[in-house]
Ligand binder design. Structure first.
Ligand code: AKB
Length: 341
């Protein structure tokens, strides 16, 4: 009997991990193997064929993935986000870069075992950009993949390097000392904007202000936003982020002209978003107390992303506009979640 097909999700306990595992186990045929530093929430663990609690920087964590599965894909979500990474840049380098190297090594080894490529999906981010000034940010508008590739945060540096590592492993890897090479990895990367979920609250990121504002207001709490009210970076709804990951993973390789793709949906300022939040929760107060360093980070991220390459190569199109996300996805779900709070 042939081994059951499986996908490995690192960072399974994070925001995207939760949403991706839910989607994969609702509709997919693959067994899901979760890897995370912490024991996944019971709601996640019960959906998984195997749970590995371990550090992505440790090769032994990957060695514990059961041999009884045919691992056809790795979704490498484990990362330290931008604010956390600025607090501890050395640890960020280790998690975000060494962890990615370990995950790629694991995928290479599994490709040798199955005699076919292993698909490798790597979420990158708007943090891979470093726009030098606010004036330039305004002038630049929607930024293309090859522009402003000089990030100013450790997380951005790590993500940009992760993209390069993946390109190397999928296109140029030649292990001169050990012939023949394994079939290898099929590496694909998405540069995400900030992501807003109705079900989870982010932590450690610098785009966290919009989801924090919404979840605080839905609990009847006032919110002091840590960036200026006119700050502008792109965002998207979590269901669209999961769609993007799955669509890119399944896209026809012959149609892909790049290993890195921007995706985006809308880019409200905190002032614009708060108007909608206050309409739904008029009893709360939203104020602004910009944190100098965090403001400095978002000021170097583009105001918008040009995602025409993804639209052309794999028919990317977000389902949620800002209005639709707020009215049909965020408000009904957060109201239900915090009912009685
Ligand atoms: C962060 O704020 O670090 C992330 C991101 C935009 O990559 N959410």
């Amino acid at each position: 009997m042939s081994a059951r097909s499986a996908v490995v999700i690192t960072g399974a306990n994070g925001e995207i991990g939760h949403a991706l595992i839910e989607r994969l186990t609702e509709h997919g045929q693959d067994a899901v193997i979760a890897l995370d530093l912490r024991e996944p929430d019971p709601s996640v663990a019960k959906r998984c064929a195997q749970v590995v609690v371990g550090d992505v920087t440790d090769a032994a964590s990957f060695e514990r993935v059961s041999d009884q599965y045919d691992v056809r894909a790795v979704f490498h979500l484990a990362a330290m986000l931008s604010t956390s990474s600025e607090k501890s840049p050395e640890r960020a380098q280790s998690v975000n870069v060494d962890g990615t190297l370990r995950a790629l090594g694991f995928a290479m080894a599994r490709s040798a075992r199955r005699g076919a490529k292993v698909s490798f999906v790597f979420p990158s981010s708007i943090a891979a950009y470093g726009v030098p000034s606010l004036a330039e940010k305004q002038r630049a508008g929607a930024v293309r993949e090859e522009q402003f590739n000089a990030p100013t945060t450790m997380y951005g540096v790590n993500k940009l390097y992760g993209e390069h590592l993946g390109r190397y492993y999928s296109r140029h890897y030649r292990q001169l000392a050990q012939e023949p090479n394994p079939p290898g990895v099929d590496f694909r990367s998405i540069r995400f904007p900030g992501i807003i979920s109705a079900f989870t609250v982010p932590s450690g990121g610098t785009s966290d202000y919009l989801p924090e504002m919404l979840h605080a207001a839905a609990q009847g709490k006032d919110y002091a936003c840590f960036v200026r009210d006119d700050t502008r970076i792109p965002f998207m709804a979590m269901p669209d982020a999961v769609d993007a990951i799955l669509q890119l993973a399944d896209a026809d390789a012959a149609k892909l002209s790049s290993v890195v793709y921007n995706v985006s949906a809308f880019n409200p300022s905190p002032a614009e978003f708060s108007e909608r939040v206050l309409r739904a929760f008029p009893q709360v107060k939203i104020t602004y107390a910009p944190h100098e360093k965090r403001q400095g980070i978002v000021d170097t991220w583009p105001a918008d992303l040009d995602d025409s390459l993804a639209r052309r190569d794999w028919a990317w199109a977000p389902k949620y506009s800002l209005d639709r996300m707020i009215d049909e996805y965020l408000l009904p779900n957060v109201k239900q979640r915090y009912a009685g709070v």
